[in-house]
Design a protein around this ligand. Structure first.
Ligand code: FES
Length: 580
């Protein structure tokens, strides 16, 4: 017996021969849409984050055009719509500040419109989680298409990576080993094609996470933005979303607990960004999957980093694609028995394992063999202790091994302005064994949780040849950055976490083996300091109005994914009442 066809949401708008149907159809017809388009075709939204202010997504009109071709070929009715586009490179105070705002835009745009399924055009860091969060809260059939990474950067005859080279060269300028002119000349060579950052930064990581979660077609993560196969993938995704609507393959059938466990393991294997910890938690919260910070330890621990990409390693996303891309990595995990849930369903209707079990691999330098990994255990470390009662994270693949167990005296910066004012002071009382502590850069403190956790080292130490130090903050770190950097300390300083009361000269112990982050002061002394701190707090007038007020009042801490407390959960695709 054949299944009855899925009832389309869009029929609530276009499917009636009455006053309401007239109104919904008539205004759409001003775009030259013939009557037969409204006769039961699945209406597919193309949710577009195109913007010239989001350079990583500036090629998305072309991408959308190829998605549209696929939708039409499969018998769907494509409708493209814009949503807030938060580009990492331009947006202040941070793109993270508006991730949740964009997700609201996505959720309400989908639910309020005659949309049966949606293609999410994602690229720059925050656009991927924002669109997945918004779509997850509606829970319609959805497939993500990433914009793809830029071609390898080129400078003075060698490959340079987005972001990573900026950190490297700016430190060299400060250390006096290169000139300012040499530094500036790398600018044009770093970003020489359309696309997202070509390192395993947050955009590439989130594209890999989307593929591992099963919400994209295979190979979505790594095909370069300007490679014609990116546009083939967009076309095929357009075809597939129409089928997904007919199969009622909603996000909740893909975004299961099993899918998130696969993604966590994948993150370790690719040497992915710490930002994924926050974004996966937020996406899971929207779809109703329980995900704890400690899952990153229990599920990820012991997984080698196989992908030799900057910032942890040597190569770039273009090389990664030519070497086999994410399917080759997932196959390695599966063959080692380290893919937790090979049977997890993916957007093409096949299991994750079916998609990757025959995936070829072409370059063992870029995608290492299981026995010769880049890092033996690349899982993100979750740290806890009296300095981070609700946790903190560190990415060992980007850190210096000898600093993963370290005890040092704190050099404390109260905020980013304080850091900028004093870091270059030749009289700063700091040595290579000190621990740099930066406060008030968390979700509420900055606000927007700035990517400054990898704060630059004191120039006087750089000049001595020091290349890494332990750094601790409530900030995030760009996925393109590196160093022995403890991030996401929760609760943040602004919310009264113990980080707020660390003092100059305090001893701090970091032990990544045991996951310990300890401030060496007594419980009584710590309680005393916190009480004094709380008594001295005053409201910041800048938090008193506008979107910032909403943000500061409702953003949750890093261990909870920095979503707004009132946005957590799946509110479904119920059709709102009409107003005619
Ligand atoms: Fe957009 Fe890196 S700045 S992907």
């Amino acid at each position: 017996m054949s299944k009855s066809p899925v009832k389309l949401r869009s029929a609530e708008w276009f499917g009636t021969a009455d006053k309401n149907g007239f109104m919904y159809r008539s205004w759409m017809k001003n775009q030259g849409i013939p009557d037969h388009e409204f006769q039961g075709k699945p209406v597919i939204g193309i949710c577009n984050t195109w913007s010239e202010l989001t350079p990583c997504n500036a090629h998305f009109r072309k991408l959308a055009e190829h998605v549209r071709r696929g939708i039409i070929e499969a018998g769907g009715f494509p409708v493209e719509f814009p949503v807030f586009s938060n580009g990492e490179s331009n947006l202040r105070p941070t793109a993270m500040f508006t991730r949740n705002l964009a997700s609201i835009d996505v959720e309400e745009s989908i639910r309020g419109n005659p949309i049966d399924g949606v293609v999410l055009l994602v690229g720059c860091d925050k656009t991927t989680p924002a669109l997945l969060m918004g779509a997850a809260s509606v829970d319609v059939p959805a497939i993500a298409v990433s914009g793809g990474p830029m071609l390898n950067g080129k400078h003075q005859g060698r490959d340079i990576g987005s972001g990573t080279v900026v950190w490297q060269l700016s430190e060299q300028v400060k250390a006096g080993t290169i000139t300012l002119h040499e530094f500036m000349s790398a600018e044009a060579g770093m970003s020489r094609s359309a696309g997202t950052c070509n390192t395993m930064g947050t955009a590439s990581t989130m594209a890999c996470m989307a593929e591992a979660l099963g919400v994209t077609l295979p190979h979505n993560a790594a095909i370069p933005a300007v490679d014609s196969r990116r546009y083939v993938l967009a076309h095929m995704s357009g075809i597939r979303i129409v089928e997904m609507v007919r199969e009622d393959l909603r996000l909740s059938k893909l975004l299961t607990r099993q899918a998130f466990e696969n993604a966590i393991r994948t993150n370790a294997a690719i040497g992915g960004s710490t930002n994924a910890v926050i974004h996966l938690k937020a996406i899971a919260g929207r779809i109703g999957v329980e995900l704890a910070l400690d899952d990153w330890t229990t599920i990820g621990q012991g997984t080698p980093t196989l992908v030799d990409l900057m910032p942890s390693g040597r190569f770039l996303m273009e090389d990664f694609y030519y070497a086999g891309g994410l399917p080759a990595v997932l196959r390695r995990l599966g063959e080692a028995g380290r893919l937790p849930h090979p049977d997890a369903l993916t957007a093409n209707g096949q299991s994750l394992w079916d998609n990757v079990k025959d995936a070829p691999s072409y370059n063992p330098e870029v995608i290492r063999d299981w026995d010769t990994p880049l890092v033996p255990d690349g899982s993100i470390r979750v740290l806890r202790g009296n300095l981070a009662p609700r946790g903190a994270v560190l990415k060992p693949s980007a850190a210096t091994a000898r600093l993963l167990r370290h005890r040092g005296r704190a050099v404390v910066f109260e905020n980013l302005d304080d850091y900028k004012a004093r870091i270059a002071d030749p009289d700063l009382d700091v040595s290579a064994d000190s621990i740099l502590v930066l406060k008030n850069c968390g979700p509420r403190g900055y606000p927007g949780m700035a990517e400054v956790g990898n704060m630059g080292l004191p120039p006087k130490l750089l000049a001595q040849g020091v290349t890494d130090m332990v750094r601790i903050s409530d900030a995030r770190m760009s996925g393109t950055a590196y160093g022995t950097v403890v991030l996401h300390v929760a609760p943040e300083a602004r919310a009264g976490g113990p980080l707020a009361v660390v003092r100059e000269g305090d001893w701090i112990e970091l032990d990544c083996d045991t996951g310990r982050l300890h401030l060496e002061v007594s419980d009584a002394e710590l309680a005393d300091r916190l009480a004094t701190w709380a008594a001295g707090q005053q409201a910041d007038p800048a938090d008193g109005s506008g979107y910032r007020k909403l943000y500061v009042e409702h953003v949750m801490q890093a261990d909870e994914g920095c979503d707004f407390d009132f946005l957590v959960g799946r509110r479904g695709a119920g059709v709102p009442r009409h107003s005619h």
